[in-house]
Design a protein around this ligand. Structure first.
Ligand SMILES: Nc1ncnc2c1ncn2[C@@H]1O[C@H](COP(=O)(O)OP(=O)(O)O)[C@@H](O)[C@H]1O
Ligand SMILES: O=C(CO)[C@@H](O)[C@H](O)COP(=O)(O)O
Length: 465
């Protein structure tokens, strides 16, 4: 029996699954947490990976692939040492740099036309500009820049040639998904000089494994990809499927065969890991808005869920803007959260819990609308990620989205997609793994919830303009 492994190195932790290459059956899995923070030394990701697999998790594994949080800036010096802690996708200090870059190229449309995506703080290109402006000493030492999955893949292949894939590369802001090429002019515009970038592997390319201390020998390492691209591989997507992922980030994305270029900046025109495209909208506030709400009410997630479910739809008039960590979509990096509509009659833990769930979901419903506005067909909505484990979220989502929501059985779809990619690289044929069971959740739409959210969102946008 041949085995493959998939790694999800996400914001909050590392998860590893080991599956049979032929059937995809789950054989083993493990996880480890990452430290908190929006900048992190990449060595913590490696330590978490080694910690996850110690005790034989990878024994007998023939191929491995990595899906990881997108956009993080891993700057290396000429000796391959990390120059400074990686700035992560959810670090908003580069918001000013992003705005400057947009202006310097002639506006949002120029960026959308060049790379499919308008820079915001999350993108690597904005982080490079911030580094050049704020840390000249570190900047001078930068020899090349990798993404989190590139760096982990580089370590797994023994530290030789660094490789990325077109999916993750498309989140840098200096790679054109349509042409499949780096835009060196944009890299120079951002950083002020040339800087090395990893080779872009072909989809499903097999890289040779290497002897790596702490790991058993593994023959093949796949090219890996960004975590959202990996999740797309791990789900049995059909035309018209839109995935809504409620992890640390909230994302809505779909697999398409044509690229998008949204000058409003809401939809990022990413590539996927197969040679196609992955238009995606990302919010900074998803599952952690729920845990923050639970923390504020002094209850565990299960009780928070029960509170939210016991309140009426619409939370008796409370409206929550979930921008607790600033926000990326809408682009309000300095925003804070807000609860509107409080009265002596409606201010209860139940209504607050419900408003938090509804507000978080409204951000993702806007994300689905933004995809539709770019011509992405919206048929099924597939709800995944840690937040989809919440019963309240599963029940309230169809009310907010105004349509049936399909919830695949709880699982690690990013790690699964990375394992599928590893199996494909190993066998050089698409593995025919059983699709995972899913449950449909239907409810009557409650349009008032989104109407109130939209009014509060626009009021905040106007106030910050
Ligand atoms: N039952 C639940 N209710 C609400 N949130 C949950 C539940 N289970 C997990 N989560 C949240 O999901 C998040 C982790 O989801 P995950 O998709 O693994 O994120 P990431 O990939 O960004 O690490 C955590 O913030 C956790 O609190
Ligand atoms: O920035 C994006 C997508 O553009 C995020 O989706 C990151 O890729 C982080 O993902 P999670 O840790 O939430 O899975």
């Amino acid at each position: 029996m041949t085995l493959v492994a998939g790694v999800d190195s996400s914001t909050q932790g590392t998860k590893v699954v080991v599956r049979r290459t032929d059937t995809g059956a789950l054989v083993r899995q493990g996880r480890a947490a990452h430290p908190e923070g929006t900048e992190i030394d990449p060595r913590h990701w490696w330590t978490a990976l080694l910690g996850t697999v110690e005790g034989g998790l990878l024994d007998g594994v023939s191929a491995i692939g990595v899906g990881a949080q997108q956009h993080g800036m891993v700057a290396l010096d000429a000796d391959g040492h990390v120059v400074r802690p990686a700035l992560l996708w959810n670090d908003t200090r580069s918001a000013g740099a992003a705005a400057d870059l947009v202006g310097e190229l002639g506006g949002a449309k120029a960026w959308a036309d060049a790379v499919g995506t308008v820079p915001v703080a999350s993108l690597t290109v904005s982080k490079l500009r911030w580094l050049a402006e704020h840390e000249p000493g570190n900047s001078r030492r930068v020899d090349r820049v990798l993404l989190p999955h590139d760096w982990l893949t580089w370590r797994l292949t023994g530290g030789g040639e660094a490789v990325t894939d077109r999916g993750d590369a498309s989140g840098t802001g200096y790679f054109a998904p349509g042409r499949g090429e780096y835009c060196r002019d944009l890299l120079r515009l951002a950083f002020g000089r040339e800087v090395g970038t990893p080779r872009v592997a072909a989809p499903f390319e097999a890289l040779p494994g290497a002897a790596v201390p702490g790991l058993p020998p593994i023959d093949v390492v796949s090219a890996g990809t960004g975590d959202n691209m990996a999740a797309a591989l791990g789900l049995d997507l059909r035309p018209g499927d839109v995935v809504v992922s409620l992890g640390t980030s909230g994302t809505a994305f779909a697999a398409t065969d044509t690229p998008t270029a949204d000058p409003s900046g809401q939809v990022a025109g990413f590539a996927d890991a197969t040679g196609n495209f992955l238009p995606l909208v990302c919010t900074l506030n998803a599952a952690r808005a729920l845990s923050a709400g639970a923390g504020m009410l002094g209850v565990a997630l299960e009780e928070f869920d029960a509170l939210a479910r016991s309140a009426p739809a619409g939370a008796a008039g409370l409206t929550f803007l979930p921008y607790l960590d600033g926000e990326r979509t809408p682009n309000l990096p300095d925003a804070t959260g807000r609860i509107d509509g409080m009265t002596r009659a409606n201010l209860s833990p139940e209504n607050i819990a419900r408003a938090v769930v509804e507000g978080m979901l409204c951000g993702l419903a806007d994300a689905v609308d933004a995809l539709a506005a770019q011509g992405v067909p919206v048929g099924r909505i597939l709800l995944i990620g840690g937040g989809a484990r919440s019963r309240a979220v599963r029940e309230i989502a169809p009310q907010v989205f105004g349509r049936t929501v399909t919830v695949p059985e709880p699982g690690e779809y990013v790690a699964d997609g990375a394992a599928w990619q590893a199996a494909r690289a190993l066998t050089q044929a698409p593995p025919a793994w059983e699709p995972r069971p899913a449950t449909d959740h239907a409810a009557d739409p409650v349009p008032e919830v989104r109407e109130r959210y939209a009014a509060a969102r626009e009021a905040m946008r106007s106030a910050s303009a």
